[in-house]
Each structure stands twice: as C-alpha cells, then as structure tokens.
Ligand binder design. Sequence first.
Ligand SMILES: [Zn+2]
Length: 471
Amino acid sequence: MRRPKPIALAILCTAAFTAAALASAGPTIAGNSVASTDDASATVAAAASSSSGPASLGASAYETLYSGATLRIDLHHFGTRAEEAFSLDSLREEGPWAGSRSNLVDETNMGVYLARLYDAATNREIFSRGFASLFGEWRTTDEAKAAPRTMHESVLVPMPRGRAYFTISSRDSRNVFREVFHAEIDPNSRQIVRETRCPREGIIDVAVSGQAAERLDILIVGDGYTAAEAEKFRRDAGRFTRILLGFSPFSENRGRINIRALWAASRDHGTDEPRKGVFRDTAAGTSFNTFDIERYLTAPDNRRLRDLASCAPYDRMLILVNTSRYGGAGIHDLWAVAASDNEYSDYVAIHEFGHALAGLGDEYFTSAVSYNEFYPLGVEPWDRNITALVPDGRPKWETKLTPGVPVPTPPDAVKYGAVTGVFEGAGYAAKGLYRPALNCMMFSKGYAPFDAVCRKGIEDVISHHAGAPSR
Ligand SMILES: [Zn+2]
C-alpha cells in the first residue's frame, strides 16, 4: 500500500484535480499502475488492522512533512444504496493541528470510510483516519434505494508541506476498503481558502491540561442557546464535562483529555422538529427527525458546523442541543449529539460519545431502528464490540475473554453477569451478532459501565490522540 492508484478514479475528481494535473506529477507516479490501493486494501480483512509500513514514518516525520496547520478537505458525498462517489468542494486552512504528531496513521480499522494522505515525492502513506458519516448511514435506509442524495462532509488532515495525494476508500459488501476518491493537493495553491469564519472569542477552556497534540481534544458545541442563555450554556458544558470525566474509562484518563466549549449564540432557542412543523435558526443547525426517525437528533448542516468549530482545536465534537426532548446521535469520528435537558440526557451524551469517539456499535437488539442492512449477514462488523464470529467462530476480543467462559455464552445473569464473553444479540439483530457482555453502556438505557471491550476501544482512541499513558 505504498501509493494511490493515479488515474483510474480521475472521473470522480473535480476540475481542480483533472487527469492532466495528475499526469503532470511526472516521475513520481509514472509506471506505478501495478501498485493500487484497491489491491492492497483488499488484503485487509474486515476485522484485522491494516499495517503497511507507516510505522516507519519515525518520530520526526511530523515536522518534516507538515506545516503545523490543519487542512480541512470539504467534499460532496453523493449516490444511492447501490453507488456512491465523492467530489471536492473546497480546501480550507484552519488553525494548529490538534491531532497527534506521532500517531499519524490510523491502525484501528474503524469507520465506514478511510481517508489517506500520500507524500507525492516518495509515494509514502503519511496520514490516515477512519471515519463514518451521515451519508453512510443514510445509504442503509430504504430511501437510498429510490433516489440519490448529496451530503456535505469534511475530513481534517495535517497540512502537508509538499504536494500530496488524498484518497478515500469505502467498505464494500464484505467490509473491505476500496478506493472511491482520489485528488492531488498542492499546499501552496491559491485555491486553498485561508480566511477564518469562526467566533474565536467563543472558545471556553473547561478542562484543559496540556497541548492539543498531546491530548484527546473534545469540543462541546452549544446549539439552540440564545444570547440570553449564555450562562445556561456555560453551566450545561460544565455539567457534561463532569459527567463524561466522571465516567470510566474517561475518569481514569482525564489527564489525557482536554475539553473546550464553543459559545455561539443562536437566534432561536431549541432545534428543528420537522414532524411538528417547528424550524429554528440555530448556530450549528441541528435537527430532530433526521431520516424521518422520531428521536434522531443530528447536525446535518456540516459546512455551518465546521465553520463554527474551525477556530478551536478538536479531535471530536459533542453537540449539546438546548431542548428538553429526548434524542441524540453519534457517528464515528464525526460528532455526538445530545439533548441538554431530559432525564436521560447524561446517559445519552455518554452513549453517543461512545459511538463518536471509538466507533462502538449499539449492543442492543430489541429497538425497532429503521435502518436496514446496517450489519449484512455473515460479514464481520468493523465495530470493536460486535462480532458475527466470522470467519472462525471466535470473537475478535478473544484476548479479553474471561478464562473458561463458553463461546457463545448463555445469557445467564447469575453465572455470566460479570464476565467478558460472547452473548448473542447485538447491532439491532437478535440472532447472528454477538456482544461482549450481558450489559453495557452501549446495551441498555441507564448507567451500566462500558464493558471491557468497549473500554479498551475507548482507551485505544485516547492513546491514538494523546500518546501512550504515562503510568
Ligand atoms: Zn446508540
């Protein structure tokens, strides 16, 4: 996996990155048609971690390869259930890179999509991040069978010093990554927008203990708080910070986490509720009833949200919506959304943040979620905490199993209530999918602790962003 496929996908690229531009890259891509990201990716089994030499980047690679700023790559993601493609919207230079400077390659194998950067001079992979998106979720709905849609997305990468290739791969029906987008990036191009559009004065340090590059940086974004409710937002941000940092495994790792809040007054209080005919003009543009699901509270206006957040360093966003209605959402490497004021708000914020931070899947299976084909039969999910026991009848959390526990594990709360096992029923399906514990924050509506597999998933992501724990 040394270099991206140069030309074949040019049809998906926009005018700024035509085949001619790629061809002008000259010797660095000449004659490389044998090496293809697709082929290399296809060898990456769904639940295995990808490893192809990026570890050889070395500790000083960041300073050599990157300017220190953040490059926001804005994209249009469009298609149907059957087909999808990306096109470039814009490139924007933002503030200092908040991600790790030593862990530049994402080896977690999480996410529906995988973005990669390759150095044009050496064809080496120099950065990657797995992510998921609202469009990716929409593709699993019935609506996606009928007609195409377009949604706006952003991928944040460190700003390269030299020319680079940017690629996106999408998982196929077997969960293997296949390249679907390719663009060349010239960091000196005047096409890169360098203005700022964000309320710098709105950034509030709630729990900041170190440099962004050495912490997991969480940004709490308030939505639906009017100018008169500034103090309420401060209180809510403080409350959710205490809740998150008080819950394991965040509590043991609080010294490795920065939390900031972003204050931006909304013109209207609350959020959109389309099923009730309610529409509100709010800072981050959140809405209930996404995909016409009653409680699905998301932030579909990506450009507005990203512009708002663009002055703050962040690895993940938690969007607090000023409403007492029940609802929320969480998408890996995108955001968690939670309503601020109902009896389940605290639980929803932690649960959704589990989705957003560590790509954890829902372990429950009784709820009538209107997704379908979220977990195709017989395909091992990429979620750390859900297994189809494919291909060999053993779970991917084999090393975490309580010694002597049967696989699968009978749902006997007396015998197996506290073990790490393999319990049938997960990912909305009562049969064929398995979870690591009888109960977990990702299973029931309440304050059950994260099970051992979820905890390890969260700690791995914290380590990816903050470096290894110094215990
Ligand atoms: Zn969930």
